[in-house]
Design a protein around this ligand. Structure first.
Ligand code: NAI
Length: 248
């Protein structure tokens, strides 16, 4: 028996990192999984899982038409939506606030914050058709505390935390739970793009985590699985760190 038997899940950002690990874990626990990404890499994740349990959809989460179509195709394919993992995200540029480009701020907010809003806006009606579901939004420890140099990213992730709490309160009586996960430094292509720039960066990043190492995508996926499953039936409106103790 799988922990997600009979459930249908959408995972955005499923072509890489945390989303890929979660899509595979959700499927291993019995869910049918829509693997969504903007790059085309979602096809490889769906292929790894296999056609009986996964479908790939190329989706830009910052575009309403794409997100709406993803919900329509999910309904046509699987008839319902039980789990929505709004996980797609970009890191954006690094610069102090006065030097941070306005266009870059808009770009990061469009994917990380508006993308989560659109997922909830178009996913919630589909969940309500079958009595509810679980929404998991990927925020970050950067949505909980300040981080110099990444004002677009921190703004976007703070917005994710607040949208999560708002939607959780709005739909609590209708069977939809909404939670955010707040990863610390996780070894994914997003972080590897940063660590590859300097030989010291990897050790410095690992040292920021009290446990002395980066997390793995699978360790984040495990929390997403708990929130997706009925085991977390009394958990909603939470912003849960998975960060090796960073927020402590
Ligand atoms: P990643 O770069 O490996 O994966 C992110 C995926 O999102 C990529 O496949 C990318 O193509 C996809 N994506 C980007 N823009 C998109 C769009 N407009 N529409 C659809 N898909 C899009 O990065 P990672 O680390 O797996 O990130 C997943 C989430 O976790 C992100 O929201 C990120 O901000 C968050 N996060 C990551 C941390 C880390 O240390 N890796 C720490 C805290 C949060």
């Amino acid at each position: 028996m799988g922990r997600l038997d009979g459930k249908v899940a959408i995972v955005t950002g499923a072509g890489s990192g945390i989303g890929k690990a979660a899509a595979k874990l959700f499927a291993a626990e019995g869910a049918k999984v829509v693997c969504a990404d903007v790059t085309g890499a979602e096809a490889a994740t769906a292929m790894e899982i296999g056609p009986a349990q996964a479908a790939a959809m190329t989706v830009d989460v910052s575009k309403a038409a794409d997100v709406r179509e993803m919900m329509e195709r999910t309904k046509a394919l699987y008839g319902r939506l039980d789990v929505l993992f709004n996980n797609a995200g970009i890191e954006g540029a690094q610069a102090p606030t006065a030097d941070y480009e306005e266009a870059e701020f808009d770009r990061v907010l469009a994917v990380n914050a508006k993308g989560v809003f659109l997922g909830m806006k178009y996913g919630i009606p589909l969940m309500l058709e079958t009595g509810g579901g679980s929404i998991i939004n990927t925020a970050s420890v950067a949505g909980l505390v300040g981080f110099p140099g990444i004002v677009g990213y921190t703004a976007s992730k703070g917005a994710v935390v607040q949208m999560t709490k708002t939607a959780a309160l709005e739909y609590a009586l209708q069977g939809i739970r909404v939670n955010a996960i707040c990863p610390g430094v996780i070894r994914t292509p997003m972080v590897e793009r940063f660590t590859s720039a300097s030989p010291d960066a990897e050790a410095q990043l690992a040292a920021t985590e009290p446990v002395g190492r980066m997390g793995t995508p699978e360790e984040v996926a495990a929390l997403a699985l708990f929130l997706a499953s009925d085991e977390s039936s009394f958990v909603t409106g939470a912003a849960l760190p998975v960060d090796g103790g960073f927020i402590a």
